[in-house]
Ligand binder design. Structure first.
Ligand code: DSN
Length: 414
């Protein structure tokens, strides 16, 4: 819980912090890119390192007073390398998008060609989508998923790559519920002379927990955020082979960023230590088990789960066979204390701001200790609200949600 100093100095901001604590404690949070960090991670991220400038890297800084920061950042780098089995780690990116931009800066010139999973098919903005700087400053080609399976067809990706000859090939996305075949993507990149980058922002925690194959050592570079399934503070990280270390480090600083956010480095160090504990493996596997239980519960109620299920932490639902759009469903579920996001589904006929789908996932409920029984209950609540999207039904479900959340205190809050 947030402290007394804030309460005394700024009651308004304190009230917002307390209200958000309560909101996160009393709701079922299903946005697949979110989680609950531990109290230890919260403490480190609000530490005095927020006062310090540290442009440069350990042992080579442009400011004095690095007696404590240098060993902290080096320890964080070493923990990241050990946890992921990487040859090199850069822990300074402010988040996932800057981490990805650093890859472009390290390897490409404006006008070069990149290929990634298209945003409407579940990809990320920074993998070359047209409204992103990555689609404006680079020539971008998007691959998709098969219409019949909603899965990536690696033969199609290979054919497209051979035709287009990108310099950079991305794997990874924000709404792809299936496993990635990193060795096949690496072989496609090799065939066409492209660098292969795996963006594991969504699945980093599953990777270190052994619930998803790792691209480390397979991809030339791996980027990630640190706050999703990895359960760390907001931030980004880049892992790569030694041969790319200098190019990546120079791209992050001074290429793109100034001083790293050292309070986040400290919090990341804590999260990496937590993720190295045996219990984190159980967590990662339970995330997948819970997502599957929720997906099965939803399919049993007639929901169209994109690709017919999930292999990871997220579920994408096409509501075209229901009476509500993704946006209406998401807003009514929010009133019911169930937080998820509306999302395009592959081949969506509706616009991105009012799409056909919703996206949900299991990282946060699993961090609260919920298991399959609770995941199935959540599916039943979603069905009730989507089938009868009225204020009364939402209020009734909200009361039941609050009963359940009381039994599973939220990490860092409850
Ligand atoms: N905004 C993140 C997500 O929700 O998946 C991706 O950047």
């Amino acid at each position: 819980m947030i402290g007394d100093a804030l309460k005394a100095a700024d009651p308004e901001t304190y009230a917002f912090c307390r209200a958000e604590e309560r909101r996160q404690d009393e709701t079922i949070r299903l946005i697949p890119s979110e989680n609950y960090v531990s109290k230890a991670v919260l403490e480190a991220s609000s530490s005095v390192f927020t006062n310090k400038y540290s442009e440069g890297y350990p042992g080579k800084r442009y400011y004095e007073g690095q007696q404590v920061v240098d060993p902290l950042e080096q320890m964080t780098i070493d923990r990241a390398k050990a946890l992921f089995g990487a040859e090199h780690a850069n822990v300074q990116p402010y988040s996932g998008s800057p981490a990805n931009l650093a890859v472009y800066l390290a390897f490409l010139k404006p006008g070069d060609k990149v290929m990634g999973l298209a945003l409407p098919m579940g990809g990320h903005l920074t993998h070359g989508w047209n409204v992103s700087i990555t689609g404006k400053y680079f020539v971008s080609v998007g691959y998709g998923v098969r219409k019949d399976t909603c899965r990536i067809d690696y033969d199609e990706v290979r054919d497209l790559a051979k035709k287009e000859k990108p310099q950079l090939l991305w794997a990874g996305g924000t709404a792809y519920p299936r496993l990635w075949d990193f060795p096949v993507m690496a072989s496609i990149a090799k065939d066409v002379g492209a660098r292969f980058v795996a963006d594991i922002a969504h699945i980093a925690g599953l990777v270190v927990g052994g619930a998803h194959p790792s691209p480390v050592g397979v991809a030339d570079v791996v980027t990630t955020t640190t706050h999703k399934t990895l359960r760390g503070p907001r931030g980004g990280m880049i892992l790569c082979k030694t041969e790319y270390a200098q190019a990546i480090d120079r791209a992050v600083f001074p290429g793109l960023q100034g001083g790293p956010h050292v309070h986040n480095t400290a919090a990341l160090a804590v999260a990496l230590k937590e993720a190295a504990q045996p219990s984190f493996k159980d967590y990662a596997h339970q995330v997948v088990t819970n997502a599957r239980a929720m997906a099965e519960g939803l399919m049993a109620k007639g929901f169209q789960v994109v690709s017919g299920g999930t292999d990871n932490h997220l579920i994408l639902i096409d509501l075209s066979n229901k009476s509500v759009s993704g946006k209406v469903a998401a807003k009514m579920l929010d009133k019911a204390g169930i937080e998820l996001n509306y999302n395009s589904v592959p081949f969506d006929t509706r616009k991105p701001f009012d799409p056909s789908g919703i996206r949900l996932g299991s990282p946060s409920i699993t961090s609260r200790g919920m298991k399959e029984a609770e995941a199935r209950q959540v599916a039943l609540w979603i069905d009730r609200v989507v089938s009868q999207p009225t204020e009364d039904v939402a209020a009734a479900v909200r009361a039941e949600v609050q009963e359940l959340t009381k039994k599973f205190p939220a990490p860092g809050i409850g």
